[in-house]
Design a protein around this ligand. Structure first.
Ligand code: SAH
Length: 375
């Protein structure tokens, strides 16, 4: 078993403290952090031995205390449209998914923030998996690093990177894992780190209203809101979080989102559910509700999953809906479903991991302890 501490996902200050407690002199620590940071996040080093400009003794000392190992890839699936999905095993064995979506001239990584989810949105497959736990900042940053490894995308500062955008749209609700998401995205956005500008990072939330302002101030990424309905009666059912934070409050938080402007619009995601939220009246209510917010509306054809209680709207209906939104002055792109054949499209992610009850965990610990005891 790995007993060394991981250096991945630590803030610069936390890395400095880790080095000092491993015996690095206080005076040298800041410089050491800069050197390691560059090897790890710009060059993707997985091993201290690679760090050719650092003294051998220092590398040895680091290797004795720390690891740079990524979370483990369990399986990789490649869709016939080129989308790639990785099932990743985190600390403690729980599993989560990450999806890479290549497009001409860019590539987007869809990153998970939790194993499972608490929200239970009725149309979302992840919502049928109970929350297992929050991902650590190492596991969040690790998803980007795993993708860079697989895509041959090092150094991070290179010219023709395939991974150009990150969306926090995988499993989980990022604003319910605020601190780890914030720490991880600071590393992703760091020009001397994974080097994606904050504009190319989008955080999507189902509407955790009290955290939206902080997200703008402290994370500063682009914001996407999973709106999906313009009327509380409908949204209460399909996004149950709406019972806690109503549409009007959510939209007020969007109006006040730090940095929002015509150059930095908020994306509203709107899943097209046949007969539920896709009438032309719904479209008109939608544009009325968001009036005054610099926004674009991303229409997402519903992606099916086994046992889902909804169907995707008809194509003509999606087009008519899009036209009303568009005529009201909002860009209304219809998101092309990607990776459906490997269950990698929006809302299709899920893993087998279950939350163990405390009693089960105790029983497991006891049996491994027994197994370890000399006979
Ligand atoms: N919890 C965050 C992050 C998940 S993002 C959030 O809700 O924003 C995943 C996006 O896919 C969300 O907009 C979600 O509403 C949407 N989605 C979920 N299930 C879907 C499905 N079956 N078809 C299409 N989109 C779906």
């Amino acid at each position: 078993m790995e007993t060394r501490t991981s250096l991945l996902g630590l803030s610069p200050d936390a890395m400095k403290s880790a080095l000092v407690s491993a015996g690095v002199a206080e005076k040298a620590a800041a410089m050491r952090v800069r050197q390691l940071w560059n090897w790890v996040y710009v060059h993707g080093a997985r091993d201290f031995a690679q760090m050719s400009n650092l003294a051998k003794d220092f590398r040895k000392a680091m290797d004795a205390c720390f690891t740079l190992a990524r979370p483990q890839i369990v399986t990789e699936q490649i869709s016939n449209d080129g989308t790639r999905k990785w099932l990743i095993r985190g600390e403690g064995g729980q599993e989560f998914e990450t999806v890479f979506i290549p497009e001409p001239g860019r590539g987007t990584l869809c990153v998970s923030s939790q194993v499972g989810c608490t929200l239970n949105c009725r149309f979302c497959h992840t919502g049928t998996q109970k929350l297992v736990r929050n991902l650590t900042s190492a596991e969040i940053v690790g998803q980007v690093m795993i993708a860079r490894d697989a895509l041959g995308d090092w150094p991070s500062t290179g010219e023709n990177r395939r991974l150009t955008n990150v969306v926090m749209m995988g499993m989980g609700e990022p604003l319910y894992n605020f601190d780890n998401v914030k720490t991880a995205l600071a590393i992703v956005a760091d020009g001397d780190g994974l080097a994606l500008s904050r504009r190319r990072i989008t955080l999507s939330t189902a509407g955790v209203v009290p955290m939206i302002k902080r997200a703008g101030e402290e994370i500063g990424s682009s914001l996407a809101i999973s709106l999906h309905a313009a009327r509380d009666e409908v949204r209460d059912v399909i996004v149950p979080l709406n019972k806690k934070y109503k549409i009007a409050e959510l939209l007020d938080a969007c109006r006040a989102y730090p940095g929002v402007s015509n150059a930095r619009r908020i994306t509203f995601e709107y899943v097209m559910l046949k007969g539920v939220n896709d009438s032309l009246t719904d479209a008109r209510e939608l544009v009325r509700a968001i009036r005054g917010i610099p926004a674009k509306i991303n229409l997402i054809p519903f992606n099916p999953w086994p046992g889902a209680p909804y169907e995707c709207s008809d194509w003509e209906q999606i087009e008519k809906f899009a036209e009303i939104v568009n005529r009201a002055g909002y860009a209304s792109p219809v998101r092309t479903p990607r990776g459906r054949d490997i269950m990698a499209a929006c809302g299709q992610l899920k893993s087998e991991s279950l939350k163990q009850r405390a009693s089960e965990r105790m029983a497991e610990m006891r049996s491994t302890e027994l197994a370890r005891m000399p006979g």
